[in-house]
Design a protein around this ligand. Structure first.
Ligand SMILES: Cc1cc2nc3c(=O)[nH]c(=O)nc-3n(C[C@H](O)[C@H](O)[C@H](O)COP(=O)(O)OP(=O)(O)OC[C@H]3O[C@@H](n4cnc5c(N)ncnc54)[C@H](O)[C@@H]3O)c2cc1C
Ligand code: FES
Ligand code: FES
Length: 1340
């Protein structure tokens, strides 16, 4: 290879010249580690989350203009950026100079909680505005489609951004700014005059926001423009440690290179090859970059169609086709419309900007969408090599196997001809995925039929399916046999019969769901059949009867931008205007988060000599460790050491309430993913590569099982088992009019906090001191465990927690073990060690929400009264107890929800299996406990033929003083108020009627509506945790520094604490600062969990501030005219301490499990939620139409933050109950280890209308300023979507004469919905297994 070229590009207006650019280096790590721009975040490393989004600008010589587009930096090799200008979030605006309006508005609209996704959101929106200063709502939706947020529920982000919308009617929004409070036409208030006037819907004000000012934008560097204009045909060569890259400029050079190095992959977007090389360890010593060859990037329209250069991005293709369908005659564009249908849902915007049509086709991955639709359109590939050019038809013969095509290795795809459609050709494309947008399809299809002109006779038929085998599938017989037939009902039934035989989906197909996939193939054809009938009827060549109620099946669900109202009670007029408590204050570090200035643990600059650690994990589920051989790893470049159990100077155990768990597995492994050792190296890449060289010899052990059912068979349980009983269940069951025995399975959930787990351990080199900068929700536990592992006292270990990029309960336990392991490595090497889990490792190692199985026997009467219920909850605890016992406690303590079931018994059993240990997750067992009882209510209503809300109504606790099933007194009045208000605000009864009407007039689309109340215990049932501590220092300049034991993870605890301190000290919020949470300042703090953070530390801060005020009081009284600063100064000179600790001792909650009674919770929070959905019975797709929530947060300390928690929690619940599906292999290997396989809600999953109301006139005497904790309860509201889906499926089944009672596990995935809507197509697809082939994955 010729000598390495100089790489030139710009970052935020500054020129970067890299003389030795490494082809393996992606822009993300370059920005973060070399340039020190840490605003761009790592969330997944595979293009699946958008956290790493930046804007790339290039001068386009063909268009003679600069083009701007977003990319995912985690997949963007720097060497492909020659001549480009990169703008990161830091280049957009800053708190030090000037914020950009995008940054200001997302912050002010409360669109940033933990803030980890915020820079990516900002960059997507910023780029949109660079291209279109007055975007439509649809533009915004599209721009954000590739950005995930795990905290907010997206609505506030949209609210901030929609203020940039233009005024055209199609934008769906009013004028810029939407007026005060961000209110615009889409938020029109339904509140009438008669309603209380102290209710507000203004969560933020845009009265004084910055206008969009293009002069603030960085200009495209003229130098690059000149460079591009002058560009001569030099190739670029880059030589790395392991990989070389050539970027030819001339096509002939490319062909020469391909002839010489046929095995070297040709890359353009790097979105297929990149994840393989970066995440899956695939190694290519030479890579050829074809993105500079102009012949590959041209797109030309001709009479009969368009020729698209292979290197055209999918965004370019989409834009061109969008233009064409507007400009061209309708009949010519049918194929393009079908293609657009696919392109709109394919990946997210950033990936479409990078990915190319050539790469999509030649990756030969059947789950990629373009092959099926383009094959159906009879496209032709122009393929070129040194030997010349040839045309290759795009059909099933092109794809020889998974990832393989019939092209020769030296051949290059030059372009693709996409013909326009002829007058009698009809085309459609279909895809169905786990999530409607930004998700690979399970099955995709392209179908085209040519009808003989003026008739209904089929002349030719193309059907192509992706996702049903290892290559593109054409059901050849079906296509042939139908030629010459009339397009009518006979053809339909023949087609279904042939398809059934032609399409063979193996039960072992990658990703599983074989029957569902097969059903989709037939269902898609049925949709196509109806569409063509309609077209032909329009042309008077068909008299096939197509019932009106079938037609809605043809309308795909539209992805909408979530809108809604949020209302809350204003503070009383008597409250001083300077007192911020009760007002919707912006998250205290929202500006820093929006500018990328906010620091997370991995943003801290490296400490001198810093090393990196990567874990070596077990590949067996249950085995004896015979040997660990690390010598090969130790010989790898940069490797410093290998650590394992023998290196732990203290104890290799994590003790949690006397339950031990090994840090490093010593003799035996109990699950795949258990940590056995770790490689410590100079860089993270070196450490990661070396882990693959560590050889572990195992001897498999028995038994091995993973599911709850198998654990029950093996009687494999953890202690303690729990039981609670009220009344006499057995007797009541005998006397009940009816008995129902059933069960509900609820799958687990991955936390998917956007920031993966990690820390930096820094030995201080003196007295064995060590500092840890760590993303933990429980610093004290981490400190304690590190101390135990190192055999060092806690007073020498300090944990610093600035903020977390989301926690959701997942950063309490495992992070302590990771910290101890990292600390051991730091101790052994004497150097700082950084641990930052890759997304896949995080998902594999750290566990998530417990799967639950609820088995119940219920006695009920005809009127829906439930007289007795006996429920046994089984959870899958995984291989160690972790917090499982407490989580089970919470489940059975919530099993009554809001219902006074007089005879109620609950058993709780945690199953021990050979899976990674499950742990705390927002709600902590509450959602599972509540869902099972709600399922009971739902099923009883169905069996009684009563509306479910009526059954809920009559069973609800109503008296002023009620008792839970474990005898804790409470007053349900506010729950009943929430319930009544929710049904009223949701127009529940009218909408139920409308749903029924809709269902009676739509055959293949059905709607469902469901509502649930909620009673949720706040606080720890282990009473000693209900404590909080704080330290408040006042400095001589009057500024105040607060430290408390809670951790800021997006919930806004610091903001609320500052509001509280501001009220007590009577100083503005801007004078109060919270630097970090540190075990050195506040010792022994409880975890930030159980919705109790603000309750505990808020009280402690109040206590400390009150102490200080008592000290200052005499000075204030003596000199009332003085300022705060003067009083503080005087106090200093009078030797009055300006530092105070505060403490809060919560109530002694506890449960006597012998008696099954106690005071488990500090208080209860209440709420109610109602959701409406629509399902597509043919595909299993669903759309969340509307959700209304009324939530009791007492007297809110900060309504904006509380509403943010409600919306975010609810949307996380929507994920839990509908799309988040973890798949384990039969060997216990988690296969869903990244956002490509595991889908958390994206923008398209948020209900089109989401209304949240905080209950007015609700006061909670038990907590700080009459407020209530709110973090956890809203998750359960996601179950309304589940029950609404169930009701919709029941409507479909009723119509088909099937039973309305049927099993439906959570999550209600597209597969489960489709297969529960049984019909002729599901029957055709059913293939009873012979029991010999193992399932692809198991429900654990
Ligand atoms: C997060 C994510 C989500 C995605 N979602 C979807 C989705 O929903 N639907 C979907 O269809 N796809 C999806 N994709 C896949 C994406 O569309 C493809 O990765 C992309 O189109 C490949 O193009 P590329 O230029 O990036 O290919 P590269 O990775 O650069 O190359 C891919 C392959 O194509 C070959 N190749 C490329 N161009 C040529 C050529 N001109 N001649 C010969 N060989 C060539 C290369 O040798 C290589 O093997 C997704 C990808 C990611 C990362
Ligand atoms: S980190 Fe790049 S998309 Fe997730
Ligand atoms: S604010 Fe979006 S991930 Fe936390």
């Amino acid at each position: 290879m010729t000598s390495t070229s100089e790489l030139i590009f710009f970052v935020n207006g500054k020129k970067v010249v890299e003389k030795n650019a490494d082809p393996e280096e992606v822009l993300l790590s370059f920005l973060r580690r070399k340039v020190g721009l840490t605003g761009t975040k790592y969330g997944c490393g595979g293009g699946g989350c958008g956290a790493c989004t930046v804007m790339v600008s290039r001068y386009d010589r063909n268009q003679e203009r600069v083009v701007h587009y977003t990319v995912n930096t985690c997949l963007q090799p720097i060497v492909t950026l020659h001549g480009a200008a990169v703008v990161t979030v830091e280049g957009v605006g800053s708190t030090k100079t000037k914020l950009h309006p995008v940054q200001e508005r997302i912050a002010k609209a409360h669109g940033s909680q933990c803030g980890f996704c915020t820079p990516g959101m900002v960059m997507s929106m910023y780029t949109l505005l660079r291209n279109k200063p007055q975007p439509t709502m649809e533009d915004i939706r599209e721009a954000l489609g590739g950005n995930l947020c795990r905290c907010t529920g997206y609505r506030p982000i949209i609210d901030g951004f929609k203020t940039f919308c233009g005024s055209e009617p199609s934008s769906g929004c009013c004028q810029n700014g939407g007026g005060s409070g961000g209110k615009c036409c889409t938020n029109s208030s339904k509140m009438n005059d008669s309603e209380e006037r102290d209710i507000s819907q203004e969560l933020f004000s845009l009265d004084h926001v910055l206008p969009l000012d293009p002069s603030q934008d960085l200009i495209f560097p003229p130098e690059l423009m000149i460079m591009e204009k002058k560009l001569i045909g030099d190739a670029l060569y880059f030589q790395g440690e392991r990989v070389n890259l050539v970027a030819p400029f001339e096509l002939s050079h490319l062909l020469e290179l391909k002839a010489k190095h046929p095995a070297a992959p040709l890359i353009v977007g790097y979105t297929t090859i990149g994840p393989k090389m970066l995440l899956k360890g695939v190694h290519h010593p030479l890579v050829i970059y074809a993105g500079r060859i102009s012949e590959l990037s041209t797109l030309t329209w001709e009479k009969n169609g368009v020729t698209v250069g292979a290197a055209c991005s999918l965004s370019t293709l989409k834009e061109e086709v969008e233009r064409a369908v507007v400009e061209m005659e309708e009949e010519k564009t049918r194929g393009y419309r079908a293609l657009l249908q696919t392109l709109r849902c394919l990946a997210g915007k950033q990936i479409r900007n990078m990915a190319t049509i050539g790469g999509n086709l030649l990756s030969a991955n059947p789950k990629y969408d373009l092959s099926s639709v383009l094959a159906a359109l009879d496209c032709t590939l122009h393929v070129i090599s040194k030997d010349g050019m040839r045309n290759v038809p795009l059909n099933e013969k092109l794809f020889t196997d998974f990832g393989k095509t019939a092209l020769r290795p030296d051949e290059v795809l030059l372009s693709v001809d996409i013909p326009s459609t002829k007058p009698w050709e009809f085309v459609a494309a279909y895809r169905q995925a786990q999530r409607r947008e930004f998700a690979f399809s399970f099955v995709n299809a392209g179908i085209k039929v040519a009808i003989r002109e003026g008739s209904d006779i089929v002349e030719s038929l193309n059907i192509y399916y992706g996702g049903v085998g290892s290559t593109l599938v054409k059901p050849g017989r079906t296509c042939q046999q139908l030629v010459g037939r009339s397009w009518g009902e006979d053809l339909l039934s023949e087609a279904c019969r042939f398809l059934k035989e032609d399409v063979d989906v193996s039960p072992m197909i990658h990703g599983g769901k074989a029957e569902y996939r097969k059903t989709l193939t037939i269902s898609f054809f049925f949709k196509f059949y109806m569409q063509v009938v309609l077209e032909m009827r329009d042309r008077d060549v068909s008299d096939v009867d197509l019932p009106l109620e079938y037609l809605s099946a043809l309308k795909p669900f539209k992805n909408e931008v979530p809108q809604g109202q949020q209302s809350f009670q204003l503070v009383s007029k008597a409250q001083p205007s300077a007192d911020p408590v009760g007002r919707p204050s912006m998250h205290q570090s929202a500006f820093q988060q929006a500018t990328g200035e906010a620091k997370y643990y991995d943003d801290l600059p490296s400490v001198q000599g810093e090393l990196f650690i990567v874990m070596v994990t077990s590949t067996r589920a249950h085995a004896k460790i015979i040997n660990i051989e690390a010598s090969a790893a130790l010989k790898m470049p940069g490797v410093v050491t290998f650590v394992s159990a023998g290196d732990v100077p203290g104890t290799n155990r994590r003790l949690w309430f006397n339950n031990p768990e090994e840090l490093f597995a010593e003799e035996e492994v109990l699950c795949v993913g258990q940590i056995i050792g770790a490689v410590v190296a100079e860089s993270r890449e070196q450490a990661r590569r070396a882990t693959e060289k560590v050889q572990v010899t195992y001897q498999d052990l028995q038994p091995v099982f993973f599911t709850i059912e198998d654990a029950i068979k093996h009687e494999s349980y953890f202690e303690p088992k729990r039981k609670v009983e009220r009344g006499d269940v057995d007797e009541a069951l005998k006397n009940a009019e009816h008995i129902l025995e059933d069960e509900l399975y609820m799958g687990g959930q991955e936390h998917f906090y956007m920031e993966t787990q990690g820390l930096i351990a820094v030995p201080r080199g003196e007295n064995e001191e060590m500092d840890l900068y760590v993303a933990t929700q429980h610093g004290a536990f981490t400190q304690e465990l590190v101390g135990m592992a190192l055999g060092i006292d806690s007073n020498k270990i300090t944990c610093h927690v600035k903020r977390l990029g989301g926690g959701f309960g997942g950063k309490v336990m495992k992070i302590a073990s990771l910290s101890a392991i990292t600390a051991v490595a730091a101790h052994k090497t004497g150097r700082a060690v950084r641990c930052c889990l890759e997304r896949g490792d995080d998902m594999l190692i750290t566990g998530g929400r417990h799967p639950f199985l609820g088995k119940y026997k219920v006695g009920y009467n005809d009127d829906g009264t439930i007289v007795a219920a006996d429920i046994t909850y089984y959870s899958n605890g995984g291989c160690t107890l972790d917090e499982s016992a407490f989580i089970m406690d919470k489940a059975i303590l919530h099993m009554d929800n809001g219902y006074k079931i007089p005879n109620l018994r609950g058993h709780g059993v945690v199953c021990k299996t050979y899976l990674p240990s499950y742990t705390a997750f927002r709600g902590f067992g509450g959602p599972q406990g509540l869902t099972v009882i709600e399922s009971v209510l739902h099923e009883v209503a169905v069996r009684c033929g009563l509306p479910p809300e009526q059954v809920r109504d009559i069973n609800m606790y109503r008296e002023e003083e009620c008792y839970t099933h474990y005898k804790q007194p409470f007053c349900p009045t506010d729950m009943v108020r929430c319930w009544d208000e929710c049904l009223e605000k949701a127009d529940y009864r009218d909408r139920l009627r409308a749903v029924r009407l809709f269902n009676s007039s739509n055959r293949w689309k059905k709607r469902g509506i469901a509502a649930v109340p909620q009673k949720f215990g706040v606080g720890f049932s282990k009473g000693f945790y209900n404590q909080g501590a704080a330290l408040v220092n006042i400095y001589k300049d009057g500024s105040v520094l607060v430290t408390h034991g809670g951790t800021e993870m997006g919930q806004g605890i610091n903001t609320k604490v500052i509001q509280i301190a501001s009220r007590v000290l009577e100083v503005p919020m801007s004078s109060i600062f919270i630097k970090e949470t540190s075990t050195g300042n506040v010792p022994n703090a409880a975890p930030s969990a159980a919705s109790f953070g603000t309750d505990a530390v808020g009280m402690a801060v109040k206590d400390a501030c009150e102490k200080l005020m008592r000290r200052l009081q005499p000075l204030m009284e003596r000199n009332p005219q003085n300022t705060w600063k003067q009083w503080v100064n005087e106090a200093f000179f009078q030797k009055i301490s300006l530092s105070a600790t505060g403490f809060f001792m919560g109530p002694p909650t506890d449960v006597d499990w012998e008696k099954g009674e106690g005071h488990a919770y500090y208080y209860f929070s209440y709420g109610a939620c109602c959701s409406e959905v629509e399902i597509d019975c043919l595909t299993g797709d669903h759309k969340n139409i509307r959700t209304d929530i009324v939530m009791d947060v007492g007297k809110s300390i900060n309504p904006a933050l509380d509403i943010g928690q409600v919306e975010g929690g609810f949307v996380q619940g929507v994920g839990l109950y509908t799309i988040e599906e973890l798949q384990f292999s039969t060997d216990g290997v988690l296969m869903t280890r990244g956002p490509s396989q595991y889908k958390v809600p994206a923008l398209s999953d948020v209900p089109a209308e989401l209304n949240v109301h905080l209950l007015a006139n609700a006061e909670n005497p038990h907590a700080i300023y009459l407020s209530k904790g709110i973090g956890e309860p809203p998750v359960f509201f996601g179950s309304t979507v589940f029950f609404a889906i169930k009701a919709a499926i029941a409507a479909a089944r009723r119509e088909r004469g099937l039973g309305e009672t049927f099993p439906l596990s959570s999550p209600a995935t597209a597969e489960r919905i489709r297969m529960a809507c049984q019909d002729q197509f599901t029957q055709m697809a059913s293939s009873p297994t012979d029991g010999t082939s193992p399932p692809w994955c198991i429900d654990v």
